[in-house]
Write a protein of this length. Structure first.
Length: 402
């Protein structure tokens, strides 16, 4: 754990059930016209979008609608939304949706303020421009997982046609100016989430929290927040998955996601999320499910250097053992059992080909390892146990050798 550290949380957090009705007065101080960003497939969110529009216009905030975000936001979508925002001269961007929508809103806010293309700013661009300005963002999460409502990070998808990318990848935008001005966290907005989505999002938050605890950049503040998040998720995520209408469980999981977001924004994530990002980019696996595949790998690989970390988490979660070693082992087994209980995939079958080309499992493992090292080098550097590309390839081969 770092002995010298700082912690900064400039985002105002408005937390509580029924909080969506506060959207109008929350957004009004930031301008007279808002770009409301949402999903292309609105489904059960349609009623929320209509309420949001009514509450915004009711306090005199004009609304420009952009409902076109995919489950994994693309550069093309973000750039299209930014052009609309510039043309209509909006003052503030509101992201009402899951992490992909909020990430898209952040990226739009950047492009409106600084211009250019999205790839000009991503962290995997060796000639990236500095991110120095963005429109204010109001983040309203409708899932409980990414913590994007409180972080300085936005993840976007880039295609192989980008000048510096040899194949599809997920890239990050990272800058303090991307932190939302306000995070309006209303747990009631997650009641629509079906069991599988609830589980996947919750495991994403769990990965954030556990990895923040084991990160080389962990500090007392981040570890306190992340530990509480782990405890809440262990206790309440199974309840939220089992009963969509369990409002108390939904509230606890929503709180955990926000706490984990605050923790990993400062401490960072590690090996598990690096693997998950690569699996998502190359195999188009939904992020939460990719984290569920990566979490066992990071727990096992880091176990020998994280005895105290895992033991402390075990104590916080009420998991017993006579020694630190036994508590740490019991904690790992408890999380693996939790993943099985939640019904998320624990096996990965490699595609037999890619773009018409035959691909072996060894070739896929090599591609995932290379993609992780190229696009997420920071999480790998923050991993408490050193890992190079060759070792990562071997780990992936063994873990997913089915």
């Amino acid at each position: 754990m770092a002995t010298r550290w700082d912690f900064w949380l400039p985002t105002r957090v408005l937390f509580g059930r029924g909080g969506l009705r506060r959207l109008g007065p929350t957004a009004k101080p930031w301008g007279k016209k808002a770009l409301l960003v949402g999903y292309a497939e609105r489904g059960p969110l349609e009623a929320m979008y209509q309420k949001a529009i009514a509450w915004l216009t009711g306090v005199g905030v004009a609304v420009v609608e952009y409902f076109a975000v995919e489950p994994e936001p693309s550069a093309e979508t973000v750039e299209d939304a930014a052009q609309l925002a510039r043309d209509t001269q909006v003052d503030v961007v509101i992201g009402l949706g899951g992490g992909s929508v909020i990430d898209a809103a952040k990226a739009v806010a950047l492009l409106v303020a600084q211009g250019g293309r999205l790839e000009d700013y991503t962290d995997n661009n060796p000639q990236a421009r500095p991110i120095e300005a963005a429109l204010p963002v109001v983040a309203v999460p409708t899932t409980a997982g990414t913590g994007s409502e409180i972080t300085s990070i936005a993840v976007v998808g880039l295609s192989a046609s980008d000048s510096f990318a040899s194949e599809p990848c997920k890239a990050s935008l990272v800058a303090d100016v991307l932190r939302p001005a306000v995070a309006l966290v209303d747990p009631d907005l997650t009641l629509h989430c079906p069991a599988r989505l609830t589980a996947a999002c919750g495991v994403d938050a769990l990965g954030h929290a556990v990895e923040a605890c084991m990160s080389r950049r962990a500090n007392p503040m981040t570890t306190t927040l992340a530990t509480r998040a782990v405890q809440l998720l262990v206790d309440f995520l199974p309840r939220a998955v089992e009963d969509m209408g369990d409002a108390d469980a939904r509230e606890s999981v929503a709180l955990a996601a926000t706490l984990a977001g605050a923790a990993f924004n400062e401490a960072g994530v590690t090996l598990g999320h690096a693997v998950a990002q690569a699996l998502g980019a190359l195999l188009h696996i939904a992020h939460g499910e990719a984290v569920a595949l990566g979490l066992p790998l990071v727990l096992h690989y880091n176990a020998e250097v994280c005895t105290d970390v895992f033991s402390d988490l075990a104590v916080a979660c009420g998991i017993s053992g006579d020694t630190a070693e036994s508590r740490a082992a019991a904690f790992v087994e408890h999380l693996l059992g939790l993943l099985r209980t939640l019904g998320l995939p624990q096996r990965l079958e490699w595609p037999s080909e890619d773009g018409g080309r035959p691909m072996t499992s060894q070739q896929w493992a090599a591609r995932v390892a290379e993609n992780a090292h190229r696009t997420t080098p920071v999480p790998l550097k923050l991993n408490p146990r050193k890992i190079d590309e060759a070792t990562l390839r071997e780990l992936i081969e063994k873990r997913y050798a089915y």
